[in-house]
Design a binder for this molecule. Structure first.
Ligand SMILES: CC(C)(COP(=O)(O)OP(=O)(O)OC[C@H]1O[C@@H](n2cnc3c(N)ncnc32)[C@H](O)[C@@H]1OP(=O)(O)O)[C@@H](O)C(=O)NCCC(=O)NCCS
Length: 395
């Protein structure tokens, strides 16, 4: 087992993980669940990861306050509510410190692990929205990246609660999930992990398999359904983007050989459009890739292109990783690409060169022997294989 984990340990040493712990996890009927979680987090620290913990207290606050304080899913924090938040944020902070200190002592005899909390971010008020004054409800203004880094240099663990102080000395109650995401972004964390109070997993209603990754439009629908806001980057299909007709969509259509008019006049088949996936950032398309399914569990990745202004920033990797996960979700285990220019790029990402005879029969029939594209194949059984593969990429 240790040999199997060794590559994960080596790859994650000195990387940063942000863990989000909802308050409800602290008050479960079975205290062993929270204790074991702290043991696991202490273990990741012991193995060399840098750790930031963000602990929420929504569960504790909701037990004490009624729903009238919530508007459109966001809590209005008046003076009395702020007092409750301060008490509960203090409670969850000390509970985590207590259990984590125990776990660190238990697991790291001789190593000096310390949990430190303090003013590691500043906050500002949400203000008045649609005529509603949210008073002491706020959002993150600035993460003190250097201060947290200094703490990690000392091998300490950073603990954050949802109370952020403004430069003028006011205290604001921020959303813990958003705090974890903002801190992870500012610190360039390699992982941000959200724990849930109940075992929750998404399963496909079609084939019943666990859903490991989502298209941007599906994630958005899911968040809308849960009444949560979305960030501005993710994956979708190019057809999801047609309505807007923004310049980046028109440009990307052009790159893959279509015009907006051809698509709108129905000269491009709906099923062809559906095969094109895009990666967007700040609502602009930065990468695109085609996924075509064949018989016997084969799928072809084609037209993988990153907008030239955005190259060398890992977007090609992100797009490829997403397409590979989509293949696995559709039950494909053999993924191939045909290339005349980008051979090394695919070889470096775990593909191997194969002959035409390795292609599924219907693709062999349409292979262009004059063009002589090289064929690269990768076999993947599960999303876990992909995760393991990506860990080995040395970039
Ligand atoms: C290939 C492509 C998708 C990579 O996108 P990207 O976002 O720049 O990729 P990443 O940031 O993940 O990787 C960048 C690395 O790939 C390398 N790379 C880019 N094009 C390459 C090529 N044709 N062959 C080998 N390596 C290549 C870069 O030099 C860089 O290496 P470095 O990190 O050592 O400097 C992008 O360059 C592109 O759109 N190219 C034109 C279209 C194309 O060739 N598509 C593939 C055929 S289906």
């Amino acid at each position: 087992m240790f040999r199997g984990s060794a590559n994960y340990i080596a790859n994650h040493r000195n990387t940063l993980a942000v863990y989000h712990i909802p308050g409800g996890l602290l008050d479960l009927e079975d205290p062993a669940i929270f204790r074991n979680l702290m043991n696991d987090i202490a273990l990741t620290w012991l193995l060399g990861m840098k750790v930031v913990l963000v602990v929420g207290c929504r569960h504790q606050i909701e037990k004490r306050l009624n729903e009238k304080h919530r508007l459109a899913g966001v809590r209005v924090t008046d003076k009395d509510t702020l007092r409750v938040v301060k008490e509960e944020a203090g409670y969850v902070r000390f509970e985590v410190e207590r259990e984590l200190a125990r776990a660190l002592r238990l697991q790291s005899s001789g190593m000096d692990g310390n949990v430190v909390s303090g003013n590691f971010y500043s906050a500002q008020p949400l203000g008045i929205l649609d005529g509603i004054d949210y008073e002491y409800t706020g959002f993150v203004r600035k993460v003190e990246v250097d201060k947290i880094k200094r703490l990690h240099d000392n091998r300490d663990i950073c603990l954050l609660t949802t109370l952020g102080v403004s430069p003028s000395g006011e205290v604001f109650n921020v959303c813990s999930e958003s705090l974890a995401a903002t801190v992870a972004g500012a610190m360039k964390a390699s992982k941000v992990i959200f724990f849930t109070e109940k075992e929750t997993e998404l399963r496909s209603t079609v084939h019943g398999k666990k859903i490991q990754s989502l298209r941007f439009s599906d994630a958005k629908a899911l968040l809308d359904y849960s009444g949560l806001a979305i960030n501005k980057k993710g994956f979708s299909t190019i057809s999801d983007r047609m309505a807007g007709r923004d310049p980046s969509t028109v440009d990307m259509l052009h790159k893959i050989g279509w015009s907006v008019e051809a698509v709108e006049n129905g000269n491009v088949l709906e099923k062809d459009i559906e095969m094109y996936y895009v990666y967007t950032r700040d609502n602009l398309i930065v990468a695109c890739g085609q996924l075509k399914q064949f018989e016997k569990g084969y799928a072809e990745i084609g037209c993988l292109v990153v907008n030239s202004e955005y190259r060398k920033g890992g977007r090609g990797d992100a797009m490829l990783g997403y397409l590979e996960r989509m293949c696995v979700m559709h039950g494909c285990t053999s993924i191939f690409v045909l290339s005349t220019q980008t051979m090394e790029w695919f070889l470096e990402r775990g593909f191997e060169e194969v002959g035409v005879e390795e292609l599924p029969p219907s693709r062999q029939a349409t292979y262009n022997h004059v063009r002589k594209s090289k064929i690269y194949l990768k076999r993947i059984e599960s999303v876990r294989d992909l995760d393991a593969n990506e860990l080995w990429w040395n970039r």
